[in-house]
Design a protein around this ligand. Structure first.
Ligand SMILES: Nc1ncnc2c1ncn2[C@@H]1O[C@H](COP(=O)(O)OP(=O)(O)OP(=O)(O)O)[C@@H](O)[C@H]1O
Ligand code: SF4
Ligand SMILES: [Mg+2]
Length: 367
């Protein structure tokens, strides 16, 4: 039975940019009509190039900023205009993990206070002694020791600081955690540990995760489903294995062209991604990807393609007028599987695979 914890319908967020005494501000549409659902217990990854609106979407889902229009529900409760008590409860139930753990942790607060602070807010009735033991328990959950509570953020490594950020996020007993590039500031070897920790916490605590990541290797190993964004909109979504082995939108194909091919026996069509992403102040007409799409036809400039079922797997949808023809005309080439791997990418991929298999945490079967 489907159990949707978070649901967004037609979310849009505009920002006013520029503007002076003599010029009117322009409207930048950072997120444009995004609808998505997050199932309880799953990890949904949101991926796309820099500036495509991932963080703006995440901040809206958290209700850190309000949508310009659209609706959101958390556990069936309307939250897009939530305030007061509903918003306070939401702050307890949904937590954010930041990209840069150092700047998100107050350097003047000890780890004990940093992790204990949300407890003071969300469980003020807890006596000081119980709070201290809860802090020790939270530190243990993220692989830190109780004595770390007396130290300060600058005394820790990047990976340990991210663990402190995670402990702080866990303190309120959240149901859903949104991580905005939670590992991209960390060394590759540490990334794998933090990814494993998040996956492990999700399984042990029954959490739901929404993870924003640039790195497709991270997404491949962490997520159950992927939503691909381009210029403010979701242009493809579906189960992770399906998106990685059977992408239908040319933009997703282009993103995947640039990463190592992980699956034995799978090869992938190479689609070069050329040019810059257009400005969201003045987005292209019709299909927003037409200025960079190698398959674009005249129709693409005028008619915007809706997200529609690909028919290849449940929940797989893509926003392209011609994905059927593209898939039929250009089947995956027979290029050697490793042809587009760089040594660094190969090493990183191996590291994730090894680390994840080593802990027995959610290994991904290859097909
Ligand atoms: N407060 C703001 N005021 C004006 N424009 C903004 C604001 N926040 C974001 N934007 C713009 O909205 C667009 C989407 O930004 P956002 O930070 O959501 O992208 P992103 O996908 O998270 O990028 P990155 O991968 O670089 O973090 C960008 O064009 C950005 O410049
Ligand atoms: S609708 Fe046209 S421009 Fe857009 S992705 Fe499909 S083929 Fe490319
Ligand atoms: Mg961002």
């Amino acid at each position: 039975m489907s159990d949707i914890i978070l649901k967004a319908a037609n979310l849009t967020r505009d920002f006013k940019v520029g503007g002076s005494l003599f010029a009117k501000p322009k409207i930048l549409r950072a997120v444009d009509d995004v609808s998505l659902s997050v199932q309880r217990g799953e990890t949904l990854a949101i991926v796309g190039e820099s500036g495509c609106g991932k963080s703006t979407l995440a901040r809206m889902l958290m209700r850190l900023i309000a949508p310009t229009s659209g609706e959101m529900e958390f556990e069936g409760r309307q939250i897009d205009r939530a305030e007061g008590r509903t918003l306070r409860e939401l702050r307890r139930d949904m937590q954010f993990i930041f990209q840069d753990p150092f700047s998100s942790l107050n350097p003047r607060m000890s780890v004990g206070r940093l992790v204990g602070e949300p407890l003071e807010t969300h469980a003020p009735e807890l006596p000081a002694k119980a709070r201290r033991s809860k802090v020790a328990e939270l530190l243990a959950q993220v692989g830190l020791r109780a004595e770390h509570a007396d130290r300060y953020p600058h005394e820790f490594s990047g990976g340990q600081r991210q663990r402190i950020g995670i402990a702080r996020a866990l303190a309120s007993g959240p149901k859903l955690i949104i991580g905005d590039e939670p590992v991209s500031a960390l060394d590759v070897s540490v990334q794998a540990q933090v990814i494993n920790l998040l996956a492990d916490l999700r399984d042990r605590l029954g959490l739901t995760l929404v993870v924003i990541a640039h790195d497709l290797a991270v997404i491949r190993h962490m997520s159950d489903r992927v939503a691909v964004m381009y210029l403010g909109a979701v242009i493809e979504e579906g189960p992770t294995d399906e998106i990685f082995t059977n992408p239908r939108h040319p933009y997703t194909m282009a993103l995947l062209s640039a990463i190592p091919v992980a699956e034995h026996g799978h090869t992938r069509q190479r689609i070069p991604l050329t040019g810059e992403m257009p400005s969201p102040i003045d987005p292209p007409s019709g299909c927003r990807f037409h200025t960079r799409c190698p398959f674009a036809r005249t129709d693409c400039k005028t008619a915007a393609p809706p997200l529609r079922d690909t028919g290849t797997a449940p929940g797989h949808r893509a926003a392209c007028h011609f994905f059927e023809e593209i898939a039929a005309e250009a089947p995956p080439p027979s290029a050697p599987q490793d042809s587009n791997r760089t040594d660094a990418a190969r090493a990183r991929f191996a590291l994730y695979a090894e680390a994840i298999a080593g802990t027995g945490t959610r290994p991904r079967e290859t097909t």
